[in-house]
Structure formats: structure tokens, C-alpha cells
Design a protein. Structure first.
Length: 347
């Protein structure tokens, strides 16, 4: 079976300024690495369409949707000090959400074993009524809500490995048991949410799993967290659809994080999720979030595609990462989160 790659040339038309970390050059860096990798023949390109305002309303308030549209139509402005809207940003943000929806459609309705939506702007910080953290609309939440409402799915799992907590995705599904949200993120970091005690409320209690990790966590530490917490919970849920908020700012070279993951580490995490999807006859789609080292972003994304396709790319990362935190510093944290998670999941 094939792997779908969803992207669009118009993603560069969301303008944030040359000094902004989330800038069009991210798309160009990814495209250059993909070309070099030799994986293009293993990917089926899909060109997405923008979602409509009604699709956005599945997770966002109409007043906020209209505000973004008006802001763009009047020349642009700021949603917060870090989150820009330019004249074409509303259009591109709907196209970004459309990329996430197309990735889900590719695996649910098509022949593809997995899909990756290479999109921007990112989305996982976008709240129902407010954009923040470089995010306008919550792409992965829109895709999950669409899958739930259009396809009738009741067991969707979102795994967010971005270095920043996906506070927007958490808030959208915090009282919803049809979507399990699992996040690994750097503790005491932007946006300041994602404590292990945040587990959901009401019908959604237990369906939020937060795993805050100390700076310096790397390949082995993340693998430990996946094997000891994330994969056991996924195996209990047996999801129909696994979505990945694939941020690459936990890479050791990223300017906005303090983790020490490598491209090979991201490949390992992706392989673990591929295996989980195969165990449960589930569908798997990834959606690009952060990742701001232009020299390493493409390597990390291509490494993920290696896991999805089962192929080995040409070239690759050669830089050596810093030494990561030892297991002795991570094990107590893993035990603490497992203790919380056991109240809801039999792991």
C-alpha cells in the first residue's frame, strides 16, 4: 500500500516576516530535503482544498472565524504578539486545515497505509475563540472532528510530540471521550499548560494524557515514554484512527526547544505508531506542527516518512546531538504519570 503526501504551493503565502520562526522557508527546506531523499517515488501527492467556515465551526466559534477573515481582508494584523495574520493568511489557514482533513480522507477512504500533511500555519495552539502560538485554526482538531462527524468514528487518538503542549487541541476535546489526546512536551515551557494532572473532565475524564518531560530528554527517553505509557494506552483504546501532531521542535538543534531528539529518534517514534496502527487495523495520519531549524526540519520529517513507507532515504543527518538525560532522571516521572493514567486505563 502507498503513503499519501498532502501539501500545496500556496502555504508559502502566509507571511509572518523574515525574522519569524514560523516562516515560508520552512516549506522550502522540507521540499529540498524531500527532493534529495529519493522518497518521492514512494509517495502519492495529494493537493488539498480549503475547508469552509462551516468546517471550522466544528471546533472554533463563528465570531473568531469572522475576526480572522476580517483581519486578513483589511491588510492583516496580530492575534497575539507572536501570531501574525497577513492579507492571505485566512485563505491559507483554511487550506492548512484542508490539508489535515485530506490526510484523514486519504487513509480512511483511499488505499493509503498512512498520510502526512505538510502544511502551515500550524494549529495545535489554536483555541476555540483565539489563535496563539503561531496557530490560526486548529488543523488536527478540525480533521478529528470531521472524522467523528462525517465518518462516525468514536475512537480517535491524537498523539502530539511537539515540544510545546497542544493546549488548543486539549481544550477542544477536554470533555469529549471520542478523542483521546496524548501529549509529550517540555515541562515549564510555552504555553504553560499540560500538567500530568490535567486528565479531562466530565465525559472526557481520562481521555487527556499529559506527559511533561524535562529539558534534555532525547531519543531513549522518548522511546521509554512511548513504550511505558503511550503505546499501552493506545493498545487499550484500539483506535480506529491515529493522528500525529508532528512537531519537530523537540529536535536538539531547534531554537525554540530544549530537548535533544534526533531525526533517527523521530523515525523510531513513527515506527512505534506504525506498529500500533497495524496491531489494531487502524489508520494513521500525521499533520505538521512546529519545527524551526531549517537545516534539520526536513531531516526529521523525512525520517518520519521512512517509517511510514518502510524505505530508507538518501542522505541524512550527520550532526551529533548533546548527551541526553539518563534514565534515572526520567523513570520517576514515567512512574508518576503511569500512576495517574492507571485510574482510567488498565496499563
Amino acid at each position: 500500500m502507498t503513503v499519501a503526501l498532502i501539501t500545496h504551493p500556496d502555504y508559502v503565502n502566509h507571511l509572518t516576516g523574515q525574522a519569524h520562526p514560523e516562516r515560508p522557508d520552512r516549506m522550502r527546506a522540507i521540499a529540498a530535503r524531500l527532493e534529495e531523499s529519493g522518497l518521492a517515488d514512494d509517495l502519492v501527492p495529494i493537493t488539498p482544498e480549503p475547508v469552509e467556515p462551516d468546517d471550522l465551526e466544528r471546533v472554533h466559534r463563528r465570531e473568531y472565524i469572522d475576526h480572522v477573515k476580517t483581519l486578513a481582508a483589511t491588510g492583516g494584523g496580530l492575534l497575539d504578539p507572536d501570531t501574525m495574520v497577513s492579507s492571505r493568511s485566512e485563505e491559507v489557514a483554511r487550506l492548512s486545515a484542508g490539508g489535515a482533513v485530506a490526510a484523514v480522507s486519504a487513509v480512511m477512504n483511499g488505499p493509503h497505509r498512512a498520510a502526512f500533511a505538510v502544511i502551515r500555519p500550524p494549529g495545535h495552539h489554536a483555541l476555540p475563540a483565539h489563535g496563539m502560538g503561531f496557530c490560526l485554526f486548529n488543523n488536527i482538531a478540525i480533521a478529528a472532528a470531521s472524522a467523528r462527524e462525517q465518518l462516525g468514528l468514536s475512537r480517535i487518538c491524537i498523539v502530539d510530540w511537539d515540544v510545546h503542549h497542544g493546549n488548543g487541541t486539549q481544550e477542544i476535546f477536554y470533555r469529549d471521550r471520542s478523542v483521546l489526546f496524548i501529549s509529550t512536551h517540555q515541562e515549564h515551557w510555552y504555553p504553560g499548560t499540560g500538567a500530568a494532572a490535567e486528565i479531562g473532565e466530565g465525559e472526557g475524564e481520562g481521555f487527556t494524557v499529559n506527559i511533561p518531560l524535562p529539558a534534555g530528554t532525547g531519543d531513549e527517553g522518548y522511546r521509554l515514554v512511548f513504550e511505558e505509557i503511550i503505546l499501552p494506552v493506545v493498545d487499550v483504546l484500539a483506535p480506529q484512527l491515529i493522528l500525529v501532531s508532528a512537531g519537530y521542535d523537540a529536535h536538539f538543534a531547534d531554537p525554540l526547544g530544549g530537548m535533544v531528539l534526533t531525526a533517527a529518534g523521530f523515525r523510531t517514534l513513527a515506527r512505534l505508531l506504525v506498529a500500533a496502527a497495524e496491531r489494531h487495523n487502524s489508520h494513521l495520519a500525521a499533520v505538521l506542527e512546529g519545527g524551526y531549524s531549517l537545516s534539520h526540519l526536513g531531516h526529521s520529517l523525512v525520517a518520519t516518512l521512512e517509517a511510514f513507507t518502510g524505505r530508507t532515504a538518501r542522505g541524512g543527518e550527520t550532526d551529533e546531538p548533546p548527551e541526553e538525560l539518563p534514565y534515572s532522571e526520567l523513570t520517576p516521572r514515567v512512574r508518576a504519570v503511569r500512576k495517574i493514567v492507571r485510574d482510567s486505563w488498565n496499563i
